[in-house]
Every structure is written in C-alpha cells, then in structure tokens.
Design a protein. Structure first.
Length: 162
C-alpha cells in the first residue's frame, strides 16, 4: 500500500477503493473544486467514500457507517463526532458525487461483447425492485400520491425504485 503511514492515503480507505479508484475520486474533486485547501483530519476524498458508504448502508447511522468504511483497515481509525461527519458531507457537497456518477454510470459491456444485444436491442436485467419513503410534502404527495394498504393510505408517499 505504498509504505505510507497515512490511513487516508490512496488505497487505504477500504473496500470501496477497489471499485472506485482514489485517483478517480481525486480527479472529480479537482474538477468540481471540492478539494480541501488546507490539510484536514478528514480529507474530501474520505468524504466522497463516506457518502458512497452511506448509500450502501442506508439503514445505519453515520457513526456505524463510518465504522463499516474503515472496518478492513489494518490501522485503527479514530471515530469522528457526528458533527465532524456532517461537516464533511457539507464540505464535499453534491458536485463531485454528481460528476462521479456521470463518469461511472452506463453499461459495462461494449456493443461488440457477445450476449449484449439481441438483434438490434441491448439486453438488460433488473435485480429486484424496492421502495422508499420520501418526505411528506405537498409536492411529493401530488407527484407520487399515497399508497393504499389494507387499513388505509400509508403515512408517507413512496418512491418505487427499479
């Protein structure tokens, strides 16, 4: 891992670095202007991986997600406060994550890969369907409505995900 003692150096953040290389995260931080301007105990790179981990462990609090993010590290990473994690998320912002999505989203296979197409159509598969509650605001209710259940409407509008 490069022989550095910095646990937040590229390749030291955890399993997510095997899927999303730290160099790519650094590039989107630079492009979006979200890289820190001074040395911090929680760098912006870590913030990007932390927000991605929040999406993977949506039912856990930020402290538990932080623990999962660094669970595979050889060095023990101190637990930041909830405020420090909140400030990290705010400092990173939306722009680098949006840019990262645009870089990574899309089909993995090339059009010439066998089995990718049936005649002229690209074959796709969906792995399950889920739903999540969204805030109970008038705008969400008018767009999504209310799901009817056995004993009446649900408490919150539901967004169906594919």
């Amino acid at each position: 891992m490069g022989g550095t003692d910095d646990v937040f150096a590229p390749g030291h953040i955890g399993e997510l670095t095997q899927v999303i290389p730290p160099e790519l995260v650094d590039a989107v931080l630079d492009e979006s202007g979200a890289r820190e301007r001074r040395l911090r105990s929680l760098p912006s790179r870590v913030g990007v991986y932390f927000v991605l981990a929040l999406g993977l462990f949506e039912n856990l609090g930020t402290g538990l997600v932080w623990g999962k993010l660094g669970a595979g590290l050889a060095a023990r990473v101190p637990q930041p406060s909830e405020k420090a994690l909140r400030d990290l998320r705010r400092r990173v912002g939306v722009a680098p994550l949006k840019r990262l999505f645009h870089v990574l989203a899309g089909p993995l296979a090339q059009p010439s890969t066998p089995g990718v197409r049936y005649r002229r159509w690209r074959t796709v598969a969906f792995d399950g369907c889920g739903s999540l509650s969204v805030p109970d605001h008038e705008r969400n209710r008018s767009w999504l409505g209310r799901t009817e259940r056995r004993y009446g409407p649900t408490g919150y509008p539901r967004l169906m995900l594919m």
